[in-house]
Design a protein around this ligand. Structure first.
Ligand SMILES: [Zn+2]
Length: 323
C-alpha cells in the first residue's frame, strides 16, 4: 500500500481586537476577545476529524489570561503552536530589525509561559515577508515561515484581513506586501530561503488553486458557500483534484471566524461571511475537512515541513527574485 499524499493545515488565531485594529476601529484597544467561544469549537471539530494542526498565536493575546489558556489547551490537545507576531500589524515589513526581534521574542516568551513548546514556525500578519524577517527567523532557530500567499488576486489578498490600513502613498513599499512574492510566478510548492550566512529556512506557502492561483483558504470558501453551496463544493473539489494532478500538497488556512456567528464577534459586521450563523459555518467546515481528508493525510504545518520530501525543492537566495 502506497502512502497517501500529505496536506497541511493551520489556524491563524486572529482575535476580535486584531480585526478591529486592522479595520481602524478604536474599540480594539480594549482587546475584545472571542477566543473563549472560538477555541473550544475549533478543538471540537479538529477532534471529531482526528486532526492535529498548527495554530499561529498572537503574542498580545497569549500574555492575556484567555489567550494563555487557549494556547495551553490547544497545545495540550497535541497541536503545534506557531508565532503570529506580537501586535498583529500587517505592516510588519516596515519594522526595523530590533523591532522584529522584539515582536518574535515577546511572543515566544508568552507561548512558553503559557505551557507550550518554543515555536519553530512563523506566519506574518497580512502575508508580509522580507529579507530581514527571514534572516531573523533563521537566526532564532525557526524551521519554517508560512507567510506567503501565491496569488495574482492582489486586491483580494489585500482585502484578506479586510484591512483599511493607514493611508499610504504610491511609493510607500506596499509592493513589498503583495508584489513580487505573490505574483503568479511565486511558487506554490514549499521552497528554501538561503540567507547571507548560509542558513536555510523553509517557506511553506498558503496554497492557492493550482494553475488559477485563486484563494482556497477557509474564509474564501465560506464566502463562496454563502453565494452557493454547490459552487463552493465544486470549487474546492476542483482545487483538490488540481493539487493531486499537479503534485501540490495543499496547505489549508483557517481562522476563528470560520466557526463563529455574527453575534459572537460584535463589531465585525464589516467582515465577509459574518452574517452566516456559526452552526452553518461549522457544518461547512466539516465538509471541507472531510473532502481534504478523503485524499490526503492532513498534518500541521510544522509536521508537514518535517515529513516533506525536499528533493525537488527550489532554493531561493534572493527574496526579491521574480520581480
Ligand atoms: Zn492574522
Amino acid at each position: 500500500m502506497t502512502a497517501r499524499p500529505l496536506a497541511s493545515m493551520s489556524v491563524d488565531l486572529d482575535n476580535l481586537w486584531a480585526y478591529l485594529k486592522t479595520h481602524g476601529d478604536p474599540g480594539w484597544q480594549r482587546y475584545p476577545s472571542f477566543l473563549s467561544s472560538a477555541v473550544p469549537r475549533l478543538l471540537e471539530i479538529l477532534g471529531e476529524h482526528g486532526l492535529t494542526t498548527t495554530v499561529f498565536a498572537v503574542g498580545a493575546d497569549v500574555v492575556r489570561e484567555d489567550g494563555a489558556k487557549a494556547v495551553n489547551e490547544i497545545s495540550a490537545a497535541g497541536h503545534e503552536i506557531g508565532n503570529h507576531s506580537f501586535g498583529h500589524e500587517p505592516w510588519l515589513h516596515r519594522y526595523s530589525r530590533t523591532r522584529l526581534e522584539d515582536e518574535l521574542g515577546r511572543t515566544e516568551e508568552a507561548i512558553i509561559t503559557a505551557g507550550a513548546p518554543l515555536p519553530v514556525g512563523f506566519r506574518g500578519p497580512g502575508f508580509s515577508v522580507t529579507r530581514e524577517l527571514v534572516e531573523v527567523l533563521a537566526e532564532r532557530g525557526y524551521a519554517y515561515d508560512a507567510s506567503t500567499l501565491p496569488t495574482w488576486v492582489g486586491p483580494l489578498a489585500r482585502a484578506y484581513h479586510n484591512r483599511t490600513a493607514p493611508p499610504r502613498t504610491d511609493d510607500d513599499g506596499r509592493d513589498e506586501l503583495f508584489g513580487g512574492f505573490s505574483r503568479v510566478l511565486a511558487p506554490v510548492h514549499p521552497y528554501r530561503w538561503r540567507t547571507a550566512d548560509g542558513s536555510a529556512l523553509v517557506e511553506l506557502p498558503v496554497t492557492t488553486m493550482p494553475l488559477f492561483r485563486t484563494p482556497i483558504h477557509g474564509s474564501y470558501l465560506l464566502q463562496l458557500h454563502e453565494i452557493s453551496p454547490r459552487l463552493a463544493r465544486g470549487y474546492f473539489k476542483t482545487a483538490l483534484r488540481l493539487c493531486r494532478v499537479r503534485g501540490v500538497s495543499p496547505s489549508l488556512l483557517l481562522h476563528p471566524t470560520d466557526v463563529l456567528g455574527g453575534t459572537e464577534a460584535p463589531g465585525m459586521e464589516f467582515f465577509p461571511g459574518m452574517a452566516a450563523p456559526g452552526t452553518r459555518k461549522v457544518a461547512w467546515l466539516g465538509w471541507v475537512l472531510a473532502a481534504l481528508r478523503a485524499h490526503f493525510d492532513v498534518v500541521g504545518t510544522g509536521e508537514y515541513v518535517r515529513r516533506r520530501d525536499p528533493r525537488r525543492e527550489r532554493a531561493v537566495t534572493r527574496l526579491d527574485s521574480g520581480r
